[in-house]
Design a protein. Sequence first.
Length: 287
Amino acid sequence: MKVKVAIVNAFVDSDEGGNPAGVVIDADHLSDNQKLEIAKEVGLSETAFVSKSNTADFKLDFYTPQKQIAHCGHATIATFSLLSQLGLVDKQKTSKETIDGDRAIEVLGDFAYMEQTKPKYRDLSHDVIDIHRAIGVNATQVISVPAIVNTGNSFLILGVKTIEDLESLTPDYKKIEEVSEEYDLIGFYIFTLETNNKKRDASSRMFAPRYGIKEESATGMAAGPLACFLHDYMHLDQSVFQIEQGYSMQPASPSCIKVVLSKEGKEINSLKAGGIGKPSRYEEIEI
């Protein structure tokens, strides 16, 4: 049996770069094992499988080449941008079912937003030395304490002073994986308030060796937590954040993720992260 997989670049920056995800439409007939095998064959950080849902407009299952995960930001944006371009979404407000519950989706042409949950925080200042060692920085290079932020998935967030500090990180993947296992993290999301594009609010890098991802060029499920961290820890009093990612990779794959916070007073009660998905090609996988 051959399965058609769309390769869609999510969170493209001015129509370039972005983070590629696999998207399989009409995946109802595929077993969990088959989905995992397809994800391995595609070889991207995540592949999304779209099927019918009894609770939402679409059911999405996300697989890395190693395992199923509850949510994936860039694969969600890739999927709904593609569905919109194929004429399969006929309304602005839609939704996805995941193994971790339903989430609201908003589609505006090629641009898609995904809902994330109210942030939960866990301070990791007691582990600061190990965390600094894991990414190869010292205390003079950082601008924040490390913290775990969860808006659907957990990420370790830490700020460094400059673009140069961000680009010169020397991640110890084994150590990052150990810390990620200990705290059940997707990965480390490191940022600086210096940016390559002056219209952006932060530049970032994401390392997730626990899921077989050394570095990812766009991570919507991490950009949401970062925007919350910038608001609550770095005291940036705004509701819209533009997060750039992928600039520091070799080769670079620039991306842009827009995060909109919904607040009651100064407290964040929900958020959405979004961007544009651009199909690049189709592949056929034999299973």
